[in-house]
Design a binder for this molecule. Structure first.
Ligand SMILES: *[C@@H]1O[C@H](CO)[C@@H](O)[C@H](O)[C@H]1NC(C)=O
Ligand SMILES: *[C@@H]1O[C@H](CO)[C@@H](O)[C@H](O)[C@H]1NC(C)=O
Length: 205
């Protein structure tokens, strides 16, 4: 799958992908661990339904060849801040699980060697990025596409984020992803509701 690491399949069936290819990066001076990829020109700012700190999304070009159940699909550019506590909590969780399974040569059973620690930090950052992307998509009234159309490409290298990262610090990132508008958001607006949705709801009762 290109130079990407497949992270996991999300409940809505979208594979989130973080690029692993090493590109030239420099470190930022603030809490942001890595320099961000430049924001693309143009696009249309999406008004959020719920405000998320440090988060912006822009609708870029329409994807003429991509089908979605929710009308036209577009490429979106986004940036968001990952809550440092989310990373920390996940790190704690992952480390706890790693200790249960740890049986490294030259180390006591249950001991995670220092060289494995950056990997755990990396996974916890990836996990928190995924959760943040999901939250951002939701907060902007958007919906992920199913299958491989629904991948997220994080523009910054997560391995680089790990270097010099202090657990609990927030991390800013940028990403591109393909989405459609969430037609469920207009569910309260009965006039806009597609007839099919009503039918399905009626059958479930
Ligand atoms: C951390 O990541 C793991 C592995 O993906 C996940 O199962 C878990 O729910 C996450 N925990 C927290 C506290 O976010
Ligand atoms: C978005 O869709 C386009 C067109 O199908 C595809 O080339 C691109 O890789 C997709 N982007 C992501 C992040 O999956």
């Amino acid at each position: 799958m290109r130079n990407s690491l497949l992270l996991l399949i999300l409940p809505f069936g979208s594979a989130f992908v973080v690029p692993q290819s090493p590109t030239v990066r420099t470190f930022g001076v603030s809490l942001h661990a890595v320099a961000l990829e430049p924001e693309p020109e143009g696009g249309e700012e999406v008004t959020p339904l719920k405000t998320m700190a440090g988060c912006r999304m822009k609708k870029m070009e329409e994807l003429k060849n991509v089908k979605s159940e929710n009308g036209p699909a577009y490429q979106f550019w986004m940036t968001a801040t990952v809550d440092g506590n989310m990373i920390k909590d996940n790190h704690t969780e992952l480390l706890k699980n790693a200790k249960k399974k740890a049986n490294f040569p030259g180390f006591r059973k249950g001991q995670v060697p220092p060289y494995a620690m950056p990997q755990i930090t990396q996974f916890s950052i990836q996990e928190a990025i995924i959760k943040t992307v999901e939250a951002a998509v939701d907060a902007h009234g958007l919906k992920a596409l199913s299958g491989s159309d629904g991948q997220v490409e994080v523009k910054e290298n997560v391995e680089d984020m790990v270097k010099g990262y202090k657990l609990g610090d927030p991390i800013q990132f940028t990403a591109v992803l393909n989405l459609s508008y969430n037609t469920d958001n207009s569910a309260s607006d009965v006039i806009d509701e597609p007839a099919g949705v009503v039918d399905v709801a009626a059958k479930e009762v």
